[in-house]
Design a protein around this ligand. Sequence first.
Ligand SMILES: C[S@@+](CC[C@H](N)C(=O)[O-])C[C@H]1O[C@@H](n2cnc3c(N)ncnc32)[C@H](O)[C@@H]1O
Length: 460
Amino acid sequence: MSVGIAVPTQISPALANVDAKLLRELAKPAADPDFWSPKARDRSDSAHCIFLYPAMMVPVVQRRLLDAVLTTQSGVKSIYDPFVGSGTSLVSGMHYGLATYGNDINPLAVLISRVRTSREFDGSIRAICEKVVSNAEVDGSSIIETELKNWQKWFKTDVAIELSRLRRAIRNESDLWVRRFLWVTLAETIRLTSNDRTSTYKLHARSAEDIERRNLSPIKVFMELSLKNSTSFHKFRRELHNKNKIDNGAYCANTKIILADARDDLVNMWEGHAPFDLLMTSPPYGDNITTVTYGQHSYLPLNWIDFTDIDPAADINSLRTTQEIDRRGLGGRTIVTASDEEALFSLSPTLKKFADTMSAHPKDGRVRLMRFYRDFSKSLEMLTRQLRPNGYMIWTVGNRNIGGQQVPTDGILGELLEGQRCRLVTTLRRTIHHKRMPDRNASSKTMREEKIVLARKLAD
Ligand SMILES: C[S@@+](CC[C@H](N)C(=O)[O-])C[C@H]1O[C@@H](n2cnc3c(N)ncnc32)[C@H](O)[C@@H]1O
């Protein structure tokens, strides 16, 4: 771990003491070099692997960070993740009884997070899964139930028939949380039984021979996954119960996930809940198209899930093309004007230096860089408004490569945060032992290290 104290922004001696205490807490495990980068991993921790969402955080690391912050700062009752992904930061907060809030533009991320952070839980979920499987098994229909026009490219006919039987059986369930749990399990079933290669997040069909050779039954895969997922949910809820975080069968605090863009002013959407006490997140590392294609990875599953069960506002047009969700993400399609660029450079000299000296290859590298930071900066402006004055922020970021040069994401983030009246407290470094990497290509050389940036929002 490296601890680098930054900007001497003025704060009161009392707050400076709290920051100093936090630094001491973070430095305590110095004897264990793997403390922030644990090698062992528990896939069932906090219902972690119900769907293999890209770039998932590590629950135990998030909890260790929360431990340090919560023993340092009093009065933290809520946690906010504006790039919620599959909800790992938030479920980590549930171990401490925090009210949890998050948003994401990807409907699949919203679905998974809603399932994981739900206050309610149906203890008979395993029996329900068995019933759904029996209903799918006796369904004799061969009607294909997907909106995907070219489904034959991505699914063998017998696979599509079984997925359709599962979809009909799921629709018959009356409880929304149960259906959402089943949709997530179906999503993972689709990831494993489609013709898409599982080795990358980008859609990439298997070879014809490989497709021909594979002989998978989605109903059987769904059954196995639903046993695994319900077991890991029971374990998670038992842990919450043992920590006294369950009241009358429900999680003890509020939870809310919304389908919303972090660049938007979400004041109305968070009214009654914000300001939040703590922000904990891991934003995208760059534009989704050339870094991690969260949307493409979600595209096939979303074509089999009832959007109305995700959110009434979920837009089916987000499946217009395989790239649409990624284009809606940070850096997807923004136009950066000369004055935007000037404003960004005045906030972040590190960004200016990188943009001025970056390689001319790939040709669109600079445009993508600036689009991403224009959007990221906008989202920082919006999301810091949702945090209470003096609240801490914990950012996990990766330094992506463009044209063989590493973008100093953590340095740029620190400067942009200072522009939003935040004070950088420290930066930790962690090695990534397990995280699945994005595609290896020229503009997204893989990362083996992450930085954890801790900052504090200053009072006005
Ligand atoms: C690294 S993942 C988040 C991981 C998450 N913090 C966790 O604890 O598991 C980044 C997420 O940012 C989302 N994203 C990209 N652009 C966004 C935007 N403009 N607004 C909200 N979410 C966005 C992606 O869909 C993706 O789910």
